[in-house]
Structures are given as structure tokens and as C-alpha cells.
Ligand binder design. Structure first.
Ligand SMILES: C/C=C/C(=O)SCCNC(=O)CCNC(=O)[C@H](O)C(C)(C)COP(=O)(O)OP(=O)(O)OC[C@H]1O[C@@H](n2cnc3c(N)ncnc32)[C@H](O)[C@@H]1OP(=O)(O)O
Ligand SMILES: NC(=O)C1=CN([C@@H]2O[C@H](COP(=O)(O)OP(=O)(O)OC[C@H]3O[C@@H](n4cnc5c(N)ncnc54)[C@H](OP(=O)(O)O)[C@@H]3O)[C@@H](O)[C@H]2O)C=CC1
Length: 447
């Protein structure tokens, strides 16, 4: 039995769950990896010069053993997330440390501690096998997977699973990720694939859509409400393209920051009106490596007020980090919220704390999403309220180039990767629903 036989079953309209259960699963499969013996390959280089095309490999790997509560999924498509960029440049640290630490926790987790790391934190595909104790999913189910892996043996995670002490991001802090022909997930990562989307479209939103949902909409994040002025950095990027849609769909007022006219046009196409081109307007929040320029914060704040009729920002959707954080804190209104999930430009932030405490602002740390939040975010995609922002699609062989594009900010929205799917456009089940939303689904394509 080969991957081709699995693909044939997926593409046959007559395949039943029993047919999938009867399929033999190959003993090995193709997967995107980084190698433990290469973690020093970029030593001494500046971050931007570390090239994922050199560290990312396509390898034939053995199938992992299936454990209780787990599922093996045939991956039709995946997407590139920035966490795979971090893994591939071994920053801020090598992810092999996570695999070693996980491997020490129990006998089954030892499977993850390997000299190669199969990366990727999104997938759309078909369940092949489920382990003992899995009742909610069956072979043949068409699914997407979110990337929260939890053990839930401690009480800490039982109000909000993101607080589990054994919380990990699948395909980043665990092995057997989604940039592969077959992936191993916990069954409580699975969600129904939106039936009006192709495999690659369905695989695109997962991680960033769920993260943006928690960070901006959920009560665990900023709890956005109607009329809020929401400052969105990187508004046409991975996270930002979903934050912008949530702001618009929720009756808020997104103020979108981008770095080119082309990206500004994408934001306009999504329905945003207030757009700041940070390149054209030349904001320089840092005078040099150690000194910020509060005059530039003020210039930025004045520009925002031009769009809002003099109002300041209720919620900042932060992720660039060091470069923008001082400005983000400054432009937030009294009592407003800065919610952050990342530090792409540097994690040692500096801001003027007087503007935080005197104006009773809050900084909220946010990370991915719990199962319920991921489910709600996926439900909005399935209902056609929020749309994938897929721009370009690569083959599994070209994943290194795809990660390079994301690392160098050459992409728009999300970049997809075909895994088992032989071509784009397959997997659509509800053509009528798709037709209703086709313009929105294609908004980011091939720009
Ligand atoms: C969904 C997608 C998401 C993204 O894309 S996010 C972006 C990508 N992700 C990242 O860039 C994050 C990568 N991860 C990291 O950089 C590191 O992962 C962290 C900095 C988050 C954590 O580092 P660590 O080394 O795990 O934590 P420590 O706390 O520095 O070291 C652990 C040791 O420190 C002890 N410790 C923890 N808290 C305290 C404390 N409050 N007082 C004293 N000790 C403490 C622990 O017990 C343990 O000790 P013992 O090593 O002996 O086991
Ligand atoms: N904690 C979590 O759960 C998650 C964290 N992340 C992290 O969030 C970050 C962003 O991820 P994602 O949105 O997918 O990445 P993308 O690269 O797709 O988008 C980020 C956007 O941010 C903007 N940007 C980049 N650098 C700067 C800068 N120095 N100043 C201002 N804007 C900047 C760019 O837009 P433009 O050039 O147009 O301004 C870019 O398009 C990554 O570090 C990622 O690891 C992502 C998902 C989940």
C-alpha cells in the first residue's frame, strides 16, 4: 500500500469509512524536516540572512506508532506559518530542545524526540486511523487540525486548555507536524473541514485564524466590541488578514498598518477604509538601536486620529514586537488594551510605562487558542463569515522557498503547501456555498 492508494481512496466519491479503515498505511511517508545535526548551520549570521531553503529538507520518514487518543491523518494540504520559519532558522532557540523535553515526560512521548523534526502546524486532510479511546472521529472524516496539543492531567488547564502546563504547539513543540503526507495529531485537535473550500484553502486559516480570534475577539483576549478602534499591524499578513476580517465582521473599526500600496489595496478589498502605509509614511520609532523617538509615536497617533475623528485606539493587535511596541502603548486610549502574541522584530520590548499606568492601559499576552476558540474560529470559516487569505500555493518539494518568502515578508496573507493533493482546487464539496463567496475566497490569490 502506498500514498497513491490513499489518495485514490480520498478522490473516489464512493469511498466509505470502512474502506478507509481497511486501507493499509504505508510504513514510511514524505515529510518536511529540519535536522538536529544542522542546528548550528547559521551561527554568526544575521536573522534575515538565515535561509530556510538551506535548513528545510524533504525526507522519507517512518510512520510513528499511533497512541491512545490520537489520529493519523492523510494530509492533502498544509500551510506555512511563521513558527516554521523560526524552527528553520533555529531562533530564538532550536526546537529540538522542546522535543527532548517532551520526550522525557512519558514512554509514548519519547516517539517525538528524534534527530529530525517534522514541522508544520496546519493541515486539511482525511482521518486514516484513530487510536484507542477516540469516538468522535472515524476513518474517512474530512478534517482540519488546530495546533494545540495538551495532556490535561493537571487541574490548571481545565478552565482554559491553553493554561495546561503541558501545553504545546503541534509541529513546533511536538514532532509529526502537518507539512507531510501523513500527520499524527491528538484527536481533540480535529475539526470538520469547511465543505466549500479546497484542501489548500481549508488548510490556510487554522493557526492564524484561531490565534487572531482569541487575541482579538475572545474574552481571554481583548474582547473586542462594536465600534472599537482596532490598530492592526501587518493587516494583510497571516494574523492581520484574519484580525482585519474579525474587526470588520464584528462592527469594529480597523486601522490597518501595511508596508506597500499593494497591501493597502488588499485591505481595501477586505472592506477596510483606514489604512496606514508605514513605508510610504516613513515612521521611524527608533532613532538608533537603543533610543526610541516619542515624536514619531505622536506623528503616528495624529495620523490615527485623522481616521477616527480624533479618537485613540481601543485595542492594538500587536505582534511585530520591539520595533512597534513603544508606539503601540502610546497610541492606545485611556483604559485601552494592547494585546500581543509575538515579537517578530525582537522580544525585548521597551515602552514608556507612564503612558500605561497613568492612562490605565492593559497589556494582555495571548497565545494560540483553546479547542473551543479554535472551533468557533473554524465555524466562522465554515459559515462563510470569515474567508481564507491564501495567496500562493507551493508543492511539498518547494516548502523551503515558501518559508523563505514568509521569512523575507515577500508574501501576502497565507502561503499554502500541497502535500498529498496532486493539484489545487480539489476537495470542494459544497459548490453552491462556494459560489456565494468566491470573490472573497480568491481575494488574496496570486497577488
Ligand atoms: C501558534 C504559533 C505560535 C508562534 O508562532 S509563537 C512564536 C514562536 N515561539 C517562540 O518564539 C517561543 C520559543 N520559546 C522560547 O523562547 C522558550 O521556550 C521560552 C522563553 C518561552 C521559555 O523558555 P524555557 O527555557 O522553557 O523557560 P525558563 O523559565 O527560562 O527555563 C525553565 C527553567 O526555569 C525554571 N523556572 C521557570 N519559572 C521560574 C521562576 N519563576 N523562578 C525560578 N525558576 C523558574 C523552570 O522550573 C525550569 O527549570 P529546570 O530547567 O530546572 O526544569
Ligand atoms: N503566539 C501565537 O499563538 C502566534 C504567534 N505568531 C507570531 O506572530 C508573528 C506574525 O505572524 P504572521 O502574521 O503569521 O506573519 P506574517 O509574516 O504573515 O505577517 C506579519 C506582518 O507583520 C508586518 N511586520 C513584520 N515586521 C514588522 C515590523 N518590524 N514592523 C511593523 N510591521 C511588521 C508585516 O506586514 P507589513 O510589512 O505589511 O507591515 C507582515 O506582513 C510571528 O512572529 C509568529 O511567529 C503567529 C501566530 C500565532
Amino acid at each position: 500500500m502506498t500514498v497513491k492508494d490513499i489518495l485514490a481512496a480520498i478522490q473516489s466519491p464512493d469511498s466509505t469509512s470502512e474502506d478507509f479503515a481497511a486501507l493499509q498505511i504505508p510504513e514510511s511517508y514524505r515529510a518536511i524536516t529540519v535536522h538536529k545535526d544542522e542546528t548550528e548551520m547559521f551561527a554568526g549570521l544575521a536573522t534575515r540572512d538565515k535561509d530556510p531553503r538551506k535548513s528545510i529538507h524533504l525526507d522519507e520518514v517512518p510512520l510513528p506508532e499511533l497512541g491512545p487518543g490520537e489520529a493519523l491523518v492523510a494530509v492533502m494540504a498544509s500551510s506555512v506559518n511563521y513558527n516554521s520559519v523560526w524552527t528553520s532558522i533555529f531562533e530564538p532557540l532550536s526546537t529540538f530542545g522542546f522535543l527532548e523535553r517532551y520526550g522525557r515526560t512519558n514512554e509514548l512521548a519519547k516517539r517525538h524526540d528524534l534527530p529530525y523534526h517534522i514541522i508544520g502546524s496546519d493541515l486539511a486532510g482525511v482521518v486514516l486511523r484513530t487510536g484507542p479511546g477516540v469516538n468522535a472521529w472515524r476513518p474517512g472524516d474530512e478534517v482540519v487540525a488546530h495546533c494545540l496539543s495538551v495532556e490535561l492531567e493537571s487541574s490548571d488547564g481545565h478552565n482554559d486548555t491553553m493554561l495546561d502546563p503541558e501545553q504545546r504547539i503541534w509541529g513546533f513543540e511536538t514532532n509529526f507536524g502537518g507539512l507531510a503526507e501523513i500527520a499524527l495529531v491528538k484527536s481533540n485537535q480535529l475539526m470538520p473541514k469547511p465543505d466549500h473550500l479546497s484542501w489548500e484553502e481549508a488548510a490556510a486559516p487554522g493557526l492564524v485564524n484561531s490565534t487572531a480570534y482569541r487575541q482579538l475577539v475572545s474574552r481571554n483576549g481583548a474582547g473586542m466590541k462594536q465600534g472599537d478602534n482596532v490598530l492592526i499591524w501587518g493587516a494583510s499578513g497571516g494574523l492581520g488578514s484574519y484580525a482585519t476580517q474579525f474587526a470588520l465582521a464584528g462592527g469594529a473599526n480597523p486601522i490597518c498598518v501595511v508596508s506597500s500600496e499593494q497591501k493597502a489595496d488588499i485591505c481595501r478589498a477586505m472592506g477596510a477604509e483606514a489604512i496606514i502605509d508605514r513605508s510610504a509614511e516613513g515612521y521611524k520609532f527608533w532613532k538608533d538601536e537603543t533610543t526610541q523617538d516619542p515624536k514619531e509615536w505622536k506623528r503616528f497617533g495624529k495620523r490615527i486620529r485623522e481616521f477616527t475623528g480624533g479618537e485613540d485606539i481601543d485595542i492594538v493587535f500587536e505582534h511585530p514586537g520591539r520595533e512597534t511596541f513603544g508606539a503601540s502603548v502610546y497610541v492606545t486610549r485611556k483604559g485601552g488594551t494592547i494585546t500581543t502574541c509575538a515579537s517578530t522584530s525582537g522580544y525585548m520590548h521597551e515602552y514608556d510605562n507612564r503612558y500605561l499606568w497613568m492612562s490605565l492601559k492593559r497589556i494582555i499576552g495571548s497565545h494560540f487558542a483553546n479547542y473551543r476558540e479554535a472551533w468557533e474560529a473554524n465555524r466562522l470559516i465554515a459559515k462563510g463569515k470569515i474567508h481564507p487569505t491564501l495567496s500562493k500555493v507551493y508543492s511539498l518539494e518547494d516548502t523551503g522557498q515558501a518559508a523563505y518568502d514568509v521569512h523575507r515578508n515577500l508574501h501576502q496573507g497565507k502561503v499554502g503547501v500541497l502535500c498529498m493533493a496532486p493539484e489545487e482546487g480539489l476537495g470542494v464539496r459544497d459548490h453552491e456555498k462556494r459560489a456565494k463567496h468566491i470573490d472573497a475566497i480568491n481575494r488574496f490569490r496570486n497577488i
